[in-house]
Design a protein around this ligand. Structure first.
Ligand code: ATP
Length: 936
């Protein structure tokens, strides 16, 4: 200690409780204010005040912060909780006042700042209790409300930054909580308890020398010290009285006046002393501890409860009972009425909900009906689009292979591959057309998707519909219905698409069967032809070109065999080389592939009988007795299909004398015409090359037909109309196979008189009549599913559009769709509008040029059935003509096929001598006959 300074002796202080720096607000509250609460509720007064030097934490201890509330909030929370706990027994009333003593003036911290404040502050009234007149009293219902009140009051409290404390309180704040309780149990005398809890945050004592406060702050400090000094004096007086009555100077300050009963009256008081642990505050701490220790020596009288007894008169109870009875009766009546009303309301609401649900369901149903057709149609279109894609994919794949062949080979592409490519390109046209974004299918799919979106939106809107009339159950009901409708729609869509695909698969399967059957027979025939060509004719001349032809056909056969081996794992080898002319083939091969009824497959005898009746023309026929069309009908059909094909009499005459099919020989030099053979009975072998599976110079396979027509041969020059028609009728039942035989029935209908096909085979020269090469004829005859890709057209429009083209690979459904949207027109344009899209297999030039053995090329004069059969050129007189092969029909004479050759020219005649032709073994074709195929 420096000399001259005050010397301190070591002192010990004793307090009830000492808290260190680790103590929190809850610890302080639990040890100080909490024990007072029960007393307050029991009617005792209690006071908690904080004393200490400035900046030592009094305000922090009393008020705290939002996150760390102090004694006020904790005490109030506890108080309201206790009131809640005993509310069944007591009715409690809490009134709060909040004031400050600033510069010895009392200010109401709860008063509206806008209201005028009394000069000199509020006055203190003192009776049995000390009361401040004019204070605003608030009745909070919870600790939170008290907290709000204190926060509001603290904002109005005078605080100023000082050297010691930035938020130094320049006033003493007094929060008083008056709790009045009365027991709920009524008795003649009612005891009311009234306790007051005063929580006081004193201003900090400050030594003027230690502070640099000047002016107002210094005045404030002086007043603070004055009041604290008065408090200290009172404490001293209370301590020293020792039970003797001694004057206590309460009136020296407002603070002591206010705390009069708290210090020396009927009150339990807790003094919290705040000290700073730093050496800077050593003196303050020392003084404070001395001050506090003195306070501990205060001895007060026995504290009593504040109880007020209220006597009640019996008459008031009677009144109360009557009033309560009336109230009970009124409430009962209300309750009963409410129940019945509620029942009606519930019933009404239920009905409304039910009606609303019905309405929603009806909306759903209507929307389903409105959009179902379009949506399902879209699904069908989608399926058809898939089919078209598959077909187009296959076509392009084949085209790609051909291109590879072309690029890999130094020589130009062979004629047959060229033809195949052209044909396939033509086939691809309709599929590409269908796949275009602006195609009818896509348009309909787009329309369908719009309908679908509308449907979905409606389902969603209805299922999410909210209404006062709809309760939860009803909403769920509607939702389920919407989900059900949607599921049904999805099912319909899936089924439709599946059906379309299944139909497509069926059609492809039938096409496959038909093609395989046809190719098998073709191949067998080619092989047999080769064998026959190698058989010496009458003159024994089988050399030269014949051998070439034979070799070519043999090669074709081998290739076909290979193709068959690949296609179906089976060769036609075993069926074609039998010495008894196709017997094996006819019986076994066709049966293998035929799906026709067994009965139909065993009608060979009928066919044979007919052959005996009608001669050679029916020797190949696999009749289906009783099931043939009348010639007239065929004629009409043909007329309808080809109105432009009426021919003049001159043409007819010309036709009668020229029934031979001209074809180019294998060297490309030969020229076949129909001259000669005017009197030669004709059994003709027609070869129409066109097989995409077999390449090369053999001109591929295609259609060959054997026909024996004795009547024709005898009446070539002047066959009457009736004869022709009879013959026609007979031939209706002939077994015939051509490319279109395998067309699905569906396509058959749509094939109509596809103008491409007539042009394919050339125009006929005579009067209109059913022509077996004419698709219109096929349409009237065939009942098999048609390969839409090959030849189909719109039956409905054939009359008006005779030149309408076919739609390769377009399935029937597609066609029917197209019909609705004039698809045919667009298809037609696709074929005719652009030369490149024309069907290459049916060039116009093919009709004019007989020299080209292109697809479907046929003599214009070979209109009559017998004339459709290719013949070799007649033997003599035409040395400059190319070779020709004639399969003549000898009528009822024994049929024998022979080949005669003119000396010096490569011309051969196949005379009608086919004794071994398997007339009785063509039953295998019956199944195809059922499908109305035509073997040409
Ligand atoms: N126990 C404590 N924990 C944390 N901070 C405290 C504590 N005590 C006091 N403080 C902080 O010290 C500062 C001064 O405290 P406070 O204002 O309570 O002192 P005071 O005694 O009220 O001063 P004054 O008498 O000048 O009003 C405040 O910022 C307060 O947050």
């Amino acid at each position: 200690m420096p000399p001259g300074t005050k010397r301190y002796k070591d002192r010990r202080f004793m307090f009830d409780k000492v808290f260190n720096h680790e103590s929190n607000q809850q610890d302080i509250y639990a040890a100080t204010a909490q024990p007072l609460l029960q007393g307050v509720l029991d009617g005792f007064n209690a006071t908690v005040f904080a004393y200490g030097a400035t900046g030592c934490g009094k305000t922090h201890t009393i008020s705290g912060t939002d996150t760390d509330p102090g004694i006020i909030y904790l005490a109030m929370a506890d108080l309201f909780q206790r009131i809640e706990d005993r509310k069944d027994d007591y009715i409690a009333e809490v009134v709060v006042t909040f004031l400050e003593i600033y510069n010895e003036e009392i200010h109401d911290l709860l008063a509206d700042p806008s209201t005028s404040k009394p000069r000199g502050g509020l006055t203190i009234r003192e009776d049995k209790v000390v009361k401040v007149a004019g204070l605003v009293e608030l009745s909070p219902k919870s600790a939170e409300e008290v907290k709000e009140i204190v926060l509001q009051g603290n904002l109005r409290r005078t605080q100023s930054p000082t050297h010691a404390n930035e938020t130094s309180s320049r006033s003493h704040a007094v929060l008083q909580v008056h709790v009045t309780q009365s027991p709920r149990t009524a008795s003649l005398s009612e005891q009311k308890t009234m306790g007051t809890l005063s929580i006081i945050d004193l201003a900090g004592s400050e030594r003027a020398a230690a502070t640099t406060n000047m002016g107002q702050r210094m005045v404030e400090g002086a007043n603070i010290n004055k009041s604290l000094l008065a408090l200290g004096n009172c404490i001293n007086a209370l301590c020293e009285s020792g039970g003797a009555i001694r004057h206590v100077p309460y009136r020296n300050s407002k603070l002591t006046r206010l705390l009069k009963f708290s210090l020396g009256g009927n009150c339990k008081t807790v003094m919290i002393v705040c000290v700073a642990p730093t050496s800077n505050h050593f003196d303050d701490t020392h003084n404070t501890l001395i001050y506090a220790e003195r306070a501990t020596k205060i001895k007060t009288k026995v504290v009593t409860r504040n109880v007020v007894n209220v006597d009640r008169h019996v008459g008031r109870y009677v009144e109360a009972i009557n009033r309560l009875n009336a109230e009970v009766a009124e409430l009962k009546a209300k309750l009963a009425g409410k129940n019945s009303t509620e029942n009606e309301v519930v019933k009404r609401k239920r009905l409304e909900a039910s009606a609303e649900v019905e309405r929603a369901k009806n909306d759903l149903k209507v929307k389903v009906e409105q959009t179902k057709a379009s949506i399902v149609d879209g699904a069908a279109c989608s399926g058809r689009l898939s089919v078209a894609k598959a077909k187009l994919g296959a076509i392009r794949s084949r085209l790609a292979k051909i291109s590879i062949l072309e690029s890999s080979s130094p020589s130009p592409l062979s004629a047959d591959l060229e033809a195949e490519r052209s044909f396939l390109e033509a086939l691809a046209g309709p599929e590409e057309q269908a796949l275009r974004t602006d195609s009818v299918l896509n348009t309909r799919i787009h329309r369908s998707s719009n309908a679908n979106a509308m449907f979905d939106a409606t389902m969603r809107a209805v299922s999410e519909r909210r209404s006062d009339k709809l309760d939860e159950v009803s909403i769920e009901n509607v939702k389920l219905d919407a989900a059900c409708r949607k599921a049904e729609m999805d099912k319909l869509k899936a089924e439709e698409e599946r059906n379309v695909l299944a139909n497509a698969v069926d059609e492809v399967a039938q096409v496959m069967v038909g093609l395989i059957g046809m190719l098998g027979r073709c191949n067998a025939m080619v092989g047999e032809s080769s064998r026959l060509l190698q058989t010496p004719g009458d003159d024994g001349d089988v050399h030269g070109a014949t051998q070439n032809v034979s070799a070519m056909l043999l090669k074709l056969k081998e290739k076909n065999d290979d193709a068959f081996q690949k296609l179906i794992g089976h060769s036609t080898e075993n069926y074609s080389n039998s010495s008894d002319n196709f017997r094996g083939y006819g019986m076994s091969f066709t049966r293998r592939i035929s799906s026709g009824p067994a009965a139909m497959q065993t009608t060979t005898k009928a066919g044979s009988r007919r052959s005996s009746t009608h001669g050679a023309s029916s020797s190949f026929s696999l009749s289906s007795p009783g099931r043939h069309k009348t010639p007239r009908r065929s004629l009409r059909s043909s007329l309808a299909a080809q109105p432009y094909r009426r021919t003049s009499d001159k043409e007819r005459r010309g036709l009668k004398t020229s029934k031979n099919v001209h074809w180019r020989d294998e060297t490309g030099q030969g020229d076949l015409d129909d001259s000669g053979l005017k009197t030669v009975p004709a059994i003709a072998l027609t070869v129409i090359p066109a097989s995409p599976l077999v390449d090369n110079q053999s001109s591929t396979s295609s259609t060959s037909s054997f026909k024996a027509s004795p009547h024709r041969s005898s009446s070539l020059g002047g066959g009457s109309e009736s004869e022709w028609e009879d013959d026609n009728e007979k031939t209706d039942e002939n077994v015939s196979v051509n490319l279109s035989m395998s067309l699905p029935a569906s396509s058959r209908d749509s094939m109509s008189s596809s103008s491409a096909v007539p042009r394919l085979y050339g125009s006929l020269g005579k009067r209109p009549r059913p022509n077996r090469l004419d698709p219109s004829f096929l349409r009237s005859k065939l009942r098999t599913p048609a390969l839409g890709s090959l030849a189909e057209d719109d039956e409905n429009t054939q009359n008006g559009s005779p030149r309408r083209t076919s739609q390769p690979l377009g399935d029937r459904s597609l066609n029917s769709l197209d019909n609705e949207f004039n698809m045919n027109e667009s298809s037609s344009k696709a074929y005719h509008g652009s030369p490149s899209k024309r069907m290459p297999a049916t060039p116009r030039s093919a009709m004019k040029s007989r020299r080209r053995s292109n697809l479907g090329v046929r003599s214009e004069k070979s209109r009559r059935r017998s004339s459709l059969i290719p013949q070799l050129s007649p033997p003599g007189g035409e040395s400059n003509k190319p070779r020709r092969i004639i399969l003549a029909s000898p009528g009822k004479r024994p049929k024998r096929l022979s080949i005669s050759r003119n000396s010096g020219v490569s011309s051969f005649r196949l005379k009608p001598s086919l004794p071994n032709l398997p007339l009785a073994d063509t039953s295998a074709d019956i199944s195809m006959s059922r499908l109305k195929p035509t073997w040409r």
